[in-house]
Design a protein around this ligand. Structure first.
Ligand code: C2O
Ligand code: CU
Ligand code: CU
Length: 492
């Protein structure tokens, strides 16, 4: 179906709804629980929190290696998994699991991943945070047809960081990610490994998502077209974003992790479509942040809460050494209410020795200045409407795969002033890591996603190096992204 056809269809739906609705529901300018979006209630009873164990996604083994490269294979397939006790939920998963298997890489070695698509729809794989040649970056229209396969080649010539991979199909990223097409990619380098940070089974990825469940136990996502084949978009009430009432960590509802009285490194990823969290430890405790989206900070930062928007990563140390054996620390979400106010629990069950350290200096990060920038661009992320139907735009324009919105040059620094209107927008730029000028407490280090409050703005200094080609930047509220809040840059 053509974009024009969709625009006409959306406009038509808006007209119908505007006639039937008293309020601005078709406009989709809704925030709740600190996030752009409307909450969907599950139609099955949700389990008691803190009953199931935290799953750790399996680490994928290479099928072969040679002098320079590790080769992996992943099959994208449907599976039925017991997420809620007593119910089977159909997921679409990398190797049939949600979260997908974790890929671990080491700077200096190339990674090639062969993806086979055994799903009924086209898919696209994007390595979020990867500095990847354009033809392997997962451009939204560069799809793997159902039944086909392709190789993604990742040079990974970049510092250690908590990366992740996810579906990026144009117009359908929201529903396809919601079904489970998300995995971690943990990238390491010699420098990070020399620091003595907690490692091994004390280095744990934590993927937070929210989901709602239909009466039959399936994921409940308000697609206009449940087959996800032709018609993009969600029902008008969900146009600001889809918020679930069940919080999953690594795919399990409100799980528990048994820990020893030592330091742990947790790699927090907010992989939710629309939900933002403010995490806190109850009855108390702090997070020592050591890394951001794109890798280590220059020095650790202690936080009493962590505000994490969609797609952001926070690498933190939690030190359980002062916790008595038998005690518990609950991770809460200060933005949530009822069930969504809980995330997971740590249960201190054993004593162990701990040789880990948190060095006072983690990495040397050059500080970019506005005078380094060769050009300044102003980008406004806002809602527009087509006959009452919400449409999310950048500088008033909906995404078009053929229009180039920016033309950065390799080897330069650009300054982008981004502003959010109507609701909150987390802005993500492919390829180019950035620093935030006058950073807030959660904005330090090299970032690839910046969280903007409603009305908020940020001044980004982006470093373009790596590879030429066409890349996207977009809002990482996946409903906004699918409803066209995306632009193109041609890097030369
Ligand atoms: Cu995580 Cu373009 O996305
Ligand atoms: Cu990305
Ligand atoms: Cu947005």
């Amino acid at each position: 179906m053509s974009r024009q056809h969709f625009l006409r269809l959306a406009a038509g739906a808006g007209v119908l709804l505007a006639a039937g609705c008293a309020s601005g529901v078709a406009g989709g300018n809704i925030s709740s629980e600190g996030s752009a979006g409307s909450l969907r209630r599950s139609l099955v009873p949700l389990p008691e929190p803190f009953r199931v164990r935290l799953p750790i996604p399996p680490v994928l083994r290479p099928v072969r290696t040679d002098a320079s490269t590790d080769y992996y294979e992943i099959t994208q397939q449907a599976a039925r998994r017991e997420i809620l006790p007593g119910h089977l939920t159909e997921i679409w998963g990398y190797n049939g699991v949600f979260p997908g298997p974790t890929i671990e890489s080491r700077r200096g070695r190339r990674v090639v991943v062969t993806h086979r698509n055994r799903l009924p729809v086209p898919t696209v794989v994007h390595l979020h945070g990867g500095r990847t040649p354009a033809e392997h970056d997962g451009y939204p229209t560069d799809t793997i047809a159902s039944g086909a396969a392709r190789d993604y080649v990742y040079p990974l010539d970049q510092p250690a960081a908590s990366l992740w991979y996810h579906d990026h199909r144009m117009d359908f990223t929201g529903p396809q990610v919601y079904k489970g097409l998300i995995g971690f990619h943990v990238h390491r380098d010699d420098h990070e490994l020399s620091l003595g940070l907690p490692s091994g089974d004390r280095d744990i990825p934590l993927m937070i998502t929210d989901r709602s469940f239909a009466a039959d136990g399936s994921f409940s996502y308000p697609s206009l077209d449940p087959s996800l084949m032709d018609t993009p978009g969600v029902t008008p009430d969900a146009a600001s974003g889809v918020l679930g009432d069940c919080i999953l960590v690594n795919g399990a509802p409100w799980p528990v992790l048994a820990v020893s009285n030592t330091r742990y490194r947790f790699r927090f990823l907010n992989a939710s479509n629309a939900r933002r969290y403010e995490l806190a430890l109850d009855p108390g405790g702090t997070f020592t942040q050591i890394g951001s989206d794109q890798g280590l900070l220059s020095a650790p930062i202690t936080h009493s809460t962590l505000r994490i928007a969609q797609a952001e990563r926070f690498d933190v140390i939690i030190d359980f050494s002062a916790c008595p054996i038998g005690s518990q620390l609950t991770l809460r979400n200060l933005n949530g209410s009822d069930g969504t106010a809980n995330v997971m629990r740590f249960s201190v069950t054993s004593r162990a020795s701990d040789a880990s350290v948190i060095p006072a200096t983690l990495a040397s990060i050059p500080v970019l200045k506005p005078s380094d920038a060769t050009i300044t661009r102003d980008l406004v992320f806002a809602r527009d409407s087509m006959n009452g139907m919400a449409m999310w735009t950048i500088n008033g324009r909906p995404f078009s795969p053929t229009r180039i919105d920016a033309t950065p040059r390799l080897g330069t620094i650009e300054r982008w002033r981004v502003r959010a209107q109507n609701v909150e927008h987390p802005i993500h730029v492919h390829l180019a890591p950035f620093q935030i000028l006058d950073p807030g407490p959660f904005d330090h280090g090299w970032k690839d996603t910046v969280d903007l409050d409603n009305g908020g703005q940020a001044d980004l200094l982006l470093r373009f190096d790596g590879y030429p080609g066409k890349y996207v930047f977009h809002c990482h509220n996946l409903e906004h992204e699918d409803m066209m809040m995306m632009g193109n840059m041609r890097v030369t």
